[in-house]
Design a protein around this ligand. Structure first.
Ligand SMILES: CC(C)(COP(=O)(O)OP(=O)(O)OC[C@H]1O[C@@H](n2cnc3c(N)ncnc32)[C@H](O)[C@@H]1OP(=O)(O)O)[C@@H](O)C(=O)NCCC(=O)NCCS
Length: 301
């Protein structure tokens, strides 16, 4: 048995913020940046931020993306057996975003849980769903990546606040005797966590303890990302018995155009085959891959 993607969907907050607008906002508090700096170092031109007054949350974005995926698959929400949401920014400690989606779609009774693996989250969620569909008894899964990274941004730290955005993407997976997902490879290296990229805050007895903002050693992340993405892509291609040069469409995590270009070059994948949404969305963490995938589908891939 395999699992196959039979529908995709995505959602963005209403508010789009261009580099120029962001630079203008930051300048008011004495933080200097520019469209030119952001564009040349990252390829980012804009990002979308949720507006809490409009009730835009991780769950609300996840619900819109999920609804579109379900409609594009042509299925009824009641036929979903499993909902997995990849997110680092759930609305609350619990219930999970997956439970919120379940209620909003009317998919009561199915299994629902969140996965937390930050930017790799969607791949973890997709792999978990694939394994559960192949093992049974589940037949249909909704796999979502949804984030409101704007909540974690320190707007006085120009090295991080220009990089991230909010959004959601979703796919419907169905078990099938015909080939679908051929191979997956997942890694983690917790040794780098707090030193390189982390939000260390937690709740304890009514108190917020630790630093609630993203802290990052950008140069270190850059190097680790290029090496890690290249190595895992090579391994997964080997597992699936395909040459990286032969892939029809490459959908990498959308963090930085320079990272993406270096990885595609190392893999021998023509950049024309790489979907690029980072310019428009910024880095939406776990939402980036399904947002990019849905964008590719809408473009007719
Ligand atoms: C963050 C990143 C864009 C920084 O680019 P860089 O070329 O490494 O830049 P540096 O951090 O060396 O900073 C160079 C200079 O630009 C400055 N700078 C940093 N952010 C800036 C900004 N938004 N605007 C203007 N200048 C900025 C720094 O202060 C530094 O100035 P200095 O030389 O006077 O000290 C890059 O390291 C990166 O993209 N890393 C990966 C991040 C990522 O993808 N994280 C998410 C992973 S899922």
């Amino acid at each position: 048995m395999y699992s196959r993607v039979i529908g995709t969907g995505s959602a963005l907050p209403r508010r789009r913020i261009s580099n120029d607008e962001l630079a203008h906002m930051l300048a008011k508090s004495g933080i200097q940046t520019s469209d030119e700096w952001i564009r040349t170092r990252t390829g980012i031109e804009s990002r979308y931020f949720c507006t809490p007054e409009l009730q835009e949350t991780t769950s609300s974005l996840a619900v819109v993306a999920a609804d579109k995926a379900v409609k594009s698959a042509g299925i009824k929400p009641e036929s979903i057996d499993l909902i997995i949401v990849a997110t680092t920014t759930p609305d609350m400690v619990f219930p999970s975003v997956a439970c919120h989606v379940q209620v909003a779609l009317g998919a009561q009774g199915c299994a629902a849980f969140d996965v937390q693996a930050v930017c790799a989250g969607f791949i973890y969620a997709l792999n978990a769903a694939d394994a559960m569909l192949r093992a049974g008894p589940y037949r249909r899964a909704l796999v979502i990546g949804a984030e409101t990274m704007s909540r974690l941004l320190d707007m006085s730290d120009r090295s991080t606040c220009v990089l991230f955005g909010d959004g959601a993407g979703a796919v419907v997976l169905e078990s099938s005797p015909n080939p679908g997902i051929l191979a997956a490879r997942m890694y983690a290296d917790g040794r780098y966590g707090e030193k390189v990229l982390a939000v260390t805050a937690h709740l304890n007895r009514g108190e917020l303890v630790g630093d609630p903002f993203i802290r990052m050693d950008g140069r270190q992340v850059f190097k680790l990302a290029v090496d890690g993405l290249t190595q895992s892509a090579r391994e997964v291609a080997d597992l699936a018995c395909v040459r990286t040069e032969d892939v029809a469409l490459f959908v990498p995590h959308q963090a930085n155009l320079r990272i993406m270009s270096m990885v595609s070059k190392k893999l021998g994948i023509n950049e024309e085959k790489m979907i690029k949404t980072v310019a428009e969305h910024g880095n939406t963490s776990a939402a980036s891959v399904p947002l990019a995938l849905d964008s590719a589908v809408r473009q007719g891939w």
